[in-house]
Design a protein around this ligand. Structure first.
Ligand code: IMP
Ligand code: MG
Length: 175
């Protein structure tokens, strides 16, 4: 695979991240919020978002992976790095992209058992037409159709995460 057409420029991403941060700042004002970033995909989105929040939050991370190439392997491997107690806290999961929803569903199920005060999701990208499980997503940056996106944290087989913009990944001979 190689990098194809630009989907979202650095400027468009920045504007969207600011809008999300404004909305989250408004919704959680006066509450104790724990932001949990899902690695590795959220490694750029997470810091860009939390530094724009206008109140103090605590942070933690979870590492999860389910993809092989451009198809989900269906099996989620979760390496929990998270150490913060989430009981009675408002928790916001911060993720790069939601595709079938399977990964986030598994993570939600695990975290819900730890009795958070609330548990919501903030995803930069969403492929709604690919969803195979019902999942409520409170904050979504951009909706995209069924295509494979790379850059700004999103990878194809571990590559392209460091691109500053989001592009379509295409076969070597495609565009
Ligand atoms: P889901 O479980 O099918 O929702 O898959 C979600 C995970 O798959 C995301 O956290 C990403 O790591 C990965 N993923 C899904 N679609 C894409 C894509 O277009 N580009 C890069 N990674 C993707
Ligand atoms: Mg990923």
């Amino acid at each position: 695979m190689k990098v194809g057409k630009l989907l979202f420029s650095e400027k468009e991403i920045e504007t969207k991240v600011h809008a999300l941060a404004r909305q989250i700042s408004h919704d959680y004002q006066g509450k104790e919020l724990l932001c949990i970033g899902i690695l590795k995909g959220a490694f750029m989105f997470f810091p860009d978002l939390v530094r724009r929040l206008n109140f103090s939050v605590t942070i933690d991370f979870i590492a999860a992976s389910s993809y092989k190439g451009t198809e989900s392997s269906g099996e989620l491997s979760l390496h929990s790095l998270h150490q913060e107690k989430i009981e009675n806290k408002h928790v916001l999961l911060i993720e790069d992209i939601i595709d079938t929803g399977e990964s986030l569903k598994s993570i939600l199920n695990i975290l819900a058992k730890q009795n958070p005060a609330s548990l919501e999701i903030c995803c930069l990208l969403s492929k709604r037409i690919r969803r195979s499980v019902e999942i409520e997503t409170k904050y979504i940056g951009f909706e995209i159709d069924d295509q494979f996106a790379v850059g700004y944290g999103l990878d194809w087989e571990g590559k392209f995460r460091n691109l500053p913009s989001i592009c379509r990944a295409v076969a070597e001979r495609g565009e």
